[in-house]
Design a protein around this ligand. Sequence first.
Ligand SMILES: *Cc1c(COP(=O)(O)O)cnc(C)c1O
Length: 798
Amino acid sequence: MFSSKERFAALFLQRLEMTCGKSFKDSTKLDQYKTLGIMVREYISSNWIQTNEKSRSNSGKQTYYLSIEFLLGQLLDQNLINLGVRDVTEAGLKEIGISLQEVLDIETDAGLGNGGLGRLAACFLDSLASLNLPGHGMGIRYKHGLFEQKIVDGHQVELPEQWLKNGNVWEVRNADQSVDVPFWGHVNVSDQNGRLTFRHEHATLITAVPYDIPVIGYDTGTVNTLRLWNAEPYIHHHETDILSYKRETEAVSEFLYPDDTHDEGKILRLKQQYFLVCASVKSIVNSYRKTHKSLYGLHKKVSIHINDTHPALAVPELMRILLDEEKMSWEEAWHITVHTISYTNHTTLSEALEKWPIHLFKPLLPRMYMIIEEINERFCRSVWEQYPGDWKRIENAAITAHGVVKMAHLAIVGSYSVNGVAKIHSDILKEREMKGFHILFPKKFNNKTNGITHRRWLLKANPDLSAMISESIGERWIKQPEALIDLKSFAYDAAFIEQFQLIKEKKKQELADIIFCTSGVVVNPESIFDVQVKRLHAYKRQLLNVLHIMYLYNRLKEDTGFSIHPQTFIFGAKASPSYYYAKKIIKLIHSVADKVNYDPAIRGLIKVVFLENYRVSLAERIFPASDVSEQISTASKEASGTGNMKFMMNGALTIGTHDGANIEILERVGPDCIYTFGLKAEEVLSYYENGGYRSREYYQHDRRIRQVADQLINGFFEGEADEFESIYDSLLPHNDEYFVLKDFSSYLDAQERIQSDYRDRRKWSERSIENIAHSGYFSSDRTIREYAEDIWGIKPME
Ligand SMILES: *Cc1c(COP(=O)(O)O)cnc(C)c1O
C-alpha cells in the first residue's frame, strides 16, 4: 500500500471514492484525512491482530495501565512516522496535488486529559509499543475532552470540546466485549454451607462498551491497544423513568473533569472511577480466563498499574471477583491482588489527595465499601500487632477514618509497588508525606523519574532539528535516545551551531506567525522567546513571571538609560473553570500585555503574549521555538514536571527552581547550562512546619516588590482597580503561601544572567546543544524500561 508514491497515490484515490462516495475533485480535506486514516488502520490490521494473539498466548506477563486520562493529541502524523511511511505518503499526495500538512491539520486533538498526568500516560503508550512490550492502556471515552479555551476581554471562557464531531477513524467499537457495571442497590449476605456469600441486588446497571485504538510502535510490528470505555444503557434495564436513566448513564462518559491536581469530590466523578475500574478489571479477567482455568496464577501473568489514585478501586474490585466469583479465601484473594496491582503517586498537594465521604461512597458502591472496610480492619489489626497501643499511628494510616475513604491509603496498602515521579518527589513521599507507610512497607516504595516520548516531542515536533541530529550522529537515537549524548562533540562545532541557530530562527518565525494570526500581536523573532506553558495553578507561580515583567516595564519606563535584549514572554495555560484565583492570573497576564505591548516608551523591548487554548498540537509548535523554559514552581510542589523535558529536548535553557525533575536536569547538564534560583524544598517545608516567613517584610524592604504589588490595586491598570485585589491579598494579607515575594529577587538575578548570557549567541547555542545531548535520559523509553524491569516484570515480545 505504501510501497511507492505511485502505488500509494492510485490506492488513495480508489479508497477516497469508496469511503466517501465522492470523486476526488469534490472531496474535502476531511474526506482526505479520513481516507488516509482508514488506509493506515488497514495497513496495521494484521499486525494488530498478531500482537493481540502474541500477547495473549505469550507465556510472559502483560501490563494494563489504568488511567482516568489519556492526553493523546493528534495521531495521524505520529502513526505515519512510526510506520516509516510518512515520506512516501507526502510524496504520493503531492503527485495528486494534496499537501500532507493541510490534511494533518484537519485532525482534532484527542484531549482526554488535563495536563501532565494524562500526557504521561500517552507517552508511556508510545514507549511500550516501540519497545515491543505487552502493555495496554485503559481509560474512558469521554464524549467531550478538556474544554476549549477562548479569551474574551482578557477573561477565560470555556466551550465544550467536540473531538468526536467528525467521527474518529482510529477507534474500533467492540460491543461483543461489553461488560456491565453495577451501581446503587444493596448487598445480600447469606450463609451457604458455612461460607458467607454476597449478592449485589437491585443494582442499576450501566453497560461499558469498549472502543479500541491501535497504539503503533516505532519501526516494529507491535501494535498495542488503548481501550476506552463508553457508558451506555443496559439493554434489559427495567425502570419506569427510562429517559432519566438514559441521561444519567450517558453522563458517566460525557465529560472529562477539568480539574488538575484538585480533588473534585463529586459523586459523578466517583461513578466514572468505578466505571473505568470495574469495566477494565472485568475485561482483563475475561481475557485471562480464555487461556487459564482458574485465577490462582493471575498475578504471574497480569500486572495492573494505576495512574494516581483515580483507579484505586481496582484493589477492592479485584478482591470482589476473587472472593465472590472465584470463591477464594480472603488470604488467597489478597495475596493475588497485592501481587497484581502497582501504583504511581503524582502529587503531595493535600488538596489533591482524594478522600471520598463514606455517606456518598457507601450507597453508590455498597460491595466495594464492604470490602474496603474489611481491608482496613485487617490492615489496622496488623499495624496494632506491630505497634501495640500506638493509636496515633493507626489513625494516621487507616484507609477509612473520620467519615472518609482515603484513596491513597487504599492504593498503598493494596499494591506491591508505590512510586513517585522524580527523585525529590519520591524522597518527600518516603520521608514526609507517606512516612508512616514507608516504615510499614519499606520495600514497596521506589522512584521512577518521568519521561516524554522523544518520538513526538523531538522527531515529530521538530523534523528539521531531527534531520540535522541524524546527519550528525546517525539515526540510532530514535530507538536509543541515550545516543543523543553523542551530540556533545558537536556542541562546539561552528558549522553545526550555525545550522542549529538557523533552525531555531525558523521555528521562532513560525511561532511568531501563529502568534500574529491568533492574537494579532507582532513579536520580534530575534527576541528571547521566554515561555511558560502549563496548567494555571498558584503553585506553578505564573504570578512570579508576571511580576518580573511588571518590574521590567517599570524599569524601562523610569530609566531611559536601561536597556535589554528584546524579550518576548509567552504564556499558555488553562485554568480550571471553578478556580477563581487562576482565572484572575489569566486576566492579569492580559492586562499586563495590554500595558506593555502598546507603550512606545518600551521601544518594543518586551512583549507579552497569551496563546489561547494550550493543548498538545499547539505545544508541539511551541517547544521547538523556545529559548527559555520557565519551570518556577515553589520548591517541593511540582512532583516532576514533563514540560521541562520537552523544552530541554528542543534546546531551550531552563530557568527553574530546585523542584521535580529540574533537579535531575541540573545534575545532567551542570550549573552552567541551567538557571536555578530560589528556596530549596527543605527550606519551604521547614517554613510550613515552623513558620517564620513574613511576606510583608519583603514588601517593605524591596522597592521593586512594593511597586509591582501596589500596582495590582492602585489604578495602574486603568479601569480595573478591583480586578486584582484577590491576587494582592494572596501575597500580603494571606502571607504568600507560595513564596512568590521570597523568591522574587533571586528570580530577577537569574533573569539578568539570562539577559547577559544571551548576548553571546554562540555560547548560548553551545548550552542549548548540551541540553539536547543530555535529554536522552528523559525519554519515556528509559522510564518505561525501568517500570517494565523493576515493577511490572514484563519482557519484550518475540
Ligand atoms: C507536557 C504537557 C503538560 C505538562 O506540562 P508541565 O509543565 O509539566 O506542567 C500539560 N499540558 C500539555 C498539553 C502538555 O503537552
